[in-house]
Write a protein that binds this ligand. Structure first.
Ligand code: PLP
Length: 401
C-alpha cells in the first residue's frame, strides 16, 4: 500500500497541509492514495461547484482539450462572449473581463476603482473603502485591502489608498465618506468567507447602494466565494435585491478549472480601455468552456434552488445537533456557505474530521466552515452532519472540563 503522506520537499512550504494526499474524486466523495474514502464538505474551498468528475463537465472539457486549449487575447475568443452573455443575463450587469483567480479579479476591480476616481470623478488620490474582517487575496494590493494582520505581516509597505470601517455599520461608512471625499469605491464581500462567514446585512447592502448612488461612488461586491449559486441565489447580493457596479468572481465559476471574472455594470464597464489591463491566460477557451458548462448544468439541474434547500437542511441538522450546547456562539450563513462559530480556537477539528473521513475547514480560528458542492444530496448532507456533530460535541466537552 502507498504511504498515506507523499513528501513534497521541492515545493515551497507556503501551506500548513493536512497529512493526506488525495488521488481521485466522484461527486461529493474523494479517495486518498491508499484508497480511503472521505466525504467532501469543502469542495476545494467553494470551487468544485459540480462536485468531482461530473460526467457532463468531464465530457465537455475532454472535447475542449482535444479542440483548443489556449490561443491569445490577440484574437477573438468566441467562448468568452458565450460565458459573458450568461454572466450578464444572470446578474443584470453589462460587461465582463476574464482572468484566472480571485485575487486577480479583485486586483482588476481595484484598478477600476482608481481609474474611475481619476477619469470620472476627477480625483488626484482616489481611495477605496474596505471593511474589518475582509479577505480579498494575497497580491500586494489585495492583501492591503484584506483586514487580517497575519496575511499582511512581513509585506510592508502596504499599498496605500484604503480606508477601513466596521462591517454592517452604515453610519461609519457615511462618516468615512465625509472624512475622505476622494473615496471612489466601496469594496466588500457580500458574505465574508475567510473572515468567518459574516454576512453583510440586507439593510446594510441596500443602504450602501443608496449612499454610493447619491455620491457617484462605485459599489464593488467581492463574490469570489459566495457567488455562483452557493447561497441559493446566483449571486449573494440578489438576496438584498440590489446590483453592484463591479462584481469579482472566481472559485466556483469553473468548477475546478482556474478562472476569474470581473462583471461590471454601466458605470464601470467602460473604465478600462485597450492597453489598461490584460492577462495572457485570462479567458482562454478551456476555462471559458468550464464556465459555460458549469452554468448550463446548474441551470438544467436547478442547482441554485437545490443549494438553498440543501443548505437549509444542513443548517437545521447542525442547529438540532448543537442546540443548548455551551461553547457555540452562532451557526450562520446562507445556502451552502455555513459557519459554526465556537467560543474557542478549534483548529484541532481539521485533523479529527480527517480521521472521521470528512473534509472541512476552520477559518478565523474559531469558525468551522462548510462549503459542500452544489450537487450534494440529502443523504450526504445528513452524513456530513452525522460525522461532524460528535466531533464538535466532544471538543466542547473537553473545553468545558
Ligand atoms: N476573495 C474572496 C472573498 C476569497 O474568499 C478569496 C479566496 O479565498 C479570494 C478573494 C482570493 O481568491 P484566490 O485564492 O483565487 O486568489
Amino acid at each position: 500500500m502507498p504511504e498515506a503522506q507523499v513528501p513534497m520537499p521541492h515545493v515551497m512550504p507556503t501551506y500548513g497541509r493536512l497529512p493526506v494526499a488525495l488521488a481521485r474524486g466522484e461527486g461529493c466523495r474523494v479517495w486518498d492514495v491508499q484508497g480511503k474514502e472521505y466525504l467532501d464538505a469543502l469542495s476545494g474551498i467553494a470551487v468544485n461547484t459540480l462536485g468531482h468528475a461530473h460526467p457532463r463537465l468531464v465530457a465537455a472539457l475532454q472535447q475542449q482539450v482535444a479542440t483548443l486549449i489556449h490561443t491569445s487575447n490577440y484574437y477573438q475568443v468566441p467562448l468568452q462572449e458565450e460565458l459573458a452573455a450568461r454572466l450578464t443575463r444572470l446578474s443584470g450587469l453589462t460587461n465582463v473581463f476574464f482572468c484566472n483567480s480571485g485575487l486577480e479579479a479583485n486586483e482588476g476591480a481595484l484598478k477600476i476603482a482608481r481609474k474611475y476616481g481619476h477619469d470620472v470623478l476627477g480625483f488626484d488620490t482616489p481611495l477605496t473603502l474596505v471593511f474589518e474582517g475582509a479577505f480579498h487575496g494575497r497580491s500586494l494590493a489585495t492583501l492591503s485591502a484584506t483586514a487580517n494582520p497575519k496575511v499582511q505581516a512581513g509585506f510592508a509597505p502596504l499599498v496605500p489608498g484604503f480606508v477601513r470601517v466596521a462591517l454592517n455599520d452604515l453610519a461609519a461608512v457615511e462618516a468615512a465618506m465625509d472624512a475622505h471625499p476622494q473615496i471612489s469605491a466601496v469594496f466588500l464581500e457580500t458574505i465574508q468567507g475567510e473572515g468567518g462567514i459574516n454576512p453583510a446585512r440586507i439593510g446594510f447592502l441596500q443602504g450602501l447602494r443608496k449612499l454610493c448612488d447619491a455620491r457617484g461612488v462605485l459599489l464593488m461586491l467581492d463574490e469570489v466565494q459566495c457567488g455562483i449559486g452557493r447561497t441559493g441565489q446566483w449571486f449573494a447580493h440578489q438576496w438584498a435585491d440590489i446590483r453592484p457596479d463591479v462584481m469579482p468572481l472566481a472559485k466556483g465559476l469553473g468548477s475546478g478549472v482556474p478562472i476569474g471574472a470581473i462583471v461590471c455594470g454601466p458605470k464601470a464597464a467602460g473604465v478600462l480601455q485597450a492597453g489598461n489591463h490584460g492577462s495572457t491566460f485570462g479567458g482562454n477557451p478551456l476555462a471559458m468552456r468550464a464556465g459555460v458548462e458549469t452554468i448550463d448544468i446548474m441551470e438544467a439541474d436547478g442547482l441554485v434552488a437545490h443549494a438553498a434547500a440543501m443548505g437549509e437542511r444542513l443548517t437545521q441538522r447542525l442547529r438540532a445537533g448543537l442546540a443548548g450546547q455551551a461553547g457555540v456562539v452562532e451557526i450562520r450563513g446562507q445556502g451552502l456557505m455555513i459557519g459554526i462559530e465556537l467560543e474557542r480556537p478549534c483548529g484541532v477539528l481539521l485533523q479529527r474530521a480527517l480521521d472521521a473521513r470528512l473534509l472541512i475547514s476552520v477559518t478565523a480560528d474559531r469558525v468551522v466552515r462548510l462549503l459542500p458542492a452544489l450537487i450534494v444530496g440529502p443523504d450526504e448532507v445528513d452524513e456530513m452532519a452525522a460525522r461532524l456533530l460528535p466531533l464538535i460535541q466532544a471538543f466542547l466537552q473537553e473545553q468545558a472540563a
